[in-house]
Design a protein around this ligand. Structure first.
Ligand code: SAH
Ligand code: SF4
Ligand code: F3S
Length: 433
């Protein structure tokens, strides 16, 4: 029997899909296949912005035909959108052919739900309000060798006014450090060469006395040649201790993803971000003073309710001042139930579009400038894949840039030293030395 998983959203969800694959294997679905050949299709959804939901709605709708042609096909929908208040009912109504709807708190239960569904006709909707437990006994089917994702915490307590995550992922809870360390040790022993520690706000990790810098220190101290990445860091919880640990370990990637969201203090306050532009820039200054080759990437939102032209200009100037090596840029999308969704002063679509175009241009300019400075230099990449179209191997360097190179042999999983000959956007091209 075959399975097919469609994943939307963040790394958290990508990793959760690896866990879902682990559950499906246990249920006797042996192979991942194309959608048309699958005996079970699982949608792992995201609801961070409206377009993420629209994509999912469109693609779930398209399954109707398949379901009609294939009587035993099971369709399950889980993830953040399924967990969103009222969405399960809408999914049921729009797509009565869905067999199982499950939430973010009971992924571990999917196997049992599948078994139950095989014995009954009626669709199953199973959602939990919240779950404090941080361990499960699922062995994920990892799909990103030589990289591996490791959750260190779940949920979020920050309630940034625009964000739905705290509502669909529940309250923040940290895994026990010993569980995290055991998982990383096993991964390194199994040949993984990079681990990415995952959490919505890793800087607020806490297991008893142990905070994030200490956990990172312990992870990076595990024996073996491997790299450590982590995301996401919230500027309000950034600390000199974190910088010290990053500096101490050669195997911690010199890249920090530090979402700024906006360059305007008034907008930051409306967003409930709890830091100022000045404080943000001071953090970056400290980071660059201690680790001059560290790169900073970010997330930025344009068109938040009441954002003026001048305030938007402050986001533009932040790109240059903070010297981001790249940024994810988003148009504000109102999410039902969040505080910002009830705010007045929505920005028109035309203005939002104009702002995002200008922002993307500014970000690209900076990215280009910084990548071009890499030409002629040597960088070590961890080869992670082969790009069929380009006919080249690729992998990321310590600063998070993608490096491409040609080679006859399969190099996935190898550390490769490249001399950079060309730069294009965030991508570098080079030859092995
Ligand atoms: N926990 C992480 C990010 C989670 S969501 C953090 O706090 O940094 C990833 C990004 O999506 C956010 O950083 C934000 O830039 C964007 N985002 C979240 N909600 C959004 C919304 N309603 N509209 C537009 N962008 C949003
Ligand atoms: Fe959302 Fe803010 Fe939590 Fe990030 S920190 S997940 S943006 S509420
Ligand atoms: Fe989306 Fe949920 Fe991640 S809303 S961004 S999949 S936490």
């Amino acid at each position: 029997m075959n399975y097919h998983i469609v994943t939307y959203g963040c790394q958290m969800n990508l990793h959760e899909s690896e866990k879902i694959a682990g559950i499906l294997r246990e249920q006797g679905y042996e192979r991942e296949s194309a959608l048309e050949e699958a005996d079970i299709i699982v949608f792992n959804t995201c609801c961070i912005r409206e377009n993420a939901e629209n994509h999912a709605f469109g693609n779930i709708g398209a399954l109707k035909k398949l379901k009609r042609a294939k009587k035993n096909l099971l369709i399950a929908v889980g993830g953040c959108m399924a967990q969103e208040e009222g969405k399960a009912a809408i999914l049921r109504e729009k797509f009565p052919f869905i067999d199982i709807i499950f939430g973010t708190h009971n992924v571990y239960e999917l196997g049992a739900l599948i078994e139950r569904k095989r014995k009954q006709r009626k669709a199953i909707v199973s959602l939990l309000e919240d779950r404090r437990e941080t361990e499960d006994n699922i062995s994920p089917v990892r799909t990103s060798f030589p990289n591996a994702w490791v959750n260190i915490m779940y949920g979020c307590n920050n309630f940034c006014s625009y964000c739905i995550v705290p509502y669909v992922r529940g309250r923040e809870r940290s895994r026990r450090a010993e569980d995290v360390l055991r998982e990383v040790r096993e991964l390194v022993a199994a040949g993984y060469r990079e681990v990415t520690l995952l959490g919505q706000n890793v800087n607020s990790y806490q297991d008893g006395e142990m905070k994030f810098p200490a956990l990172l220190d312990a992870v990076a101290s595990i024996e073996g040649k491997f790299r450590v990445r982590f995301m996401t860091s919230h500027p309000k919880d950034f600390s000199p201790e974190l910088v010290a640990v990053m500096k101490k370990h050669e195997n911690i990637c010199k890249q920090l993803h530090l979402p700024a969201q906006s360059g305007s203090d008034r907008i930051l306050s409306l967003m409930n971000r709890r830091y100022t532009r000045k404080a943000y820039l001071e953090e970056i200054a400290l980071l660059k003073r201690e680790i001059p080759d560290c790169e900073v990437t970010t997330d930025l939102i344009v068109g938040f309710p009441t954002e003026t032209d001048e305030e938007f200009e402050e986001t533009l100037s932040l790109v240059t001042e903070a010297d981001f090596s790249s940024a994810f840029t988003f148009i504000y999308s109102p999410r039902t139930g969040t505080r910002a969704a009830a705010m007045e002063g929505r920005i028109s679509e035309a203005v939002q579009k104009e702002r995002i175009m200008r922002l993307v241009e500014r970000v690209n300019e900076n990215t280009r400038k910084k990548s071009e400075a890499c030409v002629g230099k040597r960088v070590e990449i961890l080869c992670e894949d082969f790009d069929e179209k380009k006919g080249m191997y690729l992998g990321r360097d310590m600063n998070g840039r993608m490096g491409y190179f040609k080679c006859e042999k399969d190099r996935v999983g190898d550390f490769v030293m490249l001399e950079i000959t060309e730069a294009n956007g965030i991508s570098l091209y080079g030859r092995e030395v």
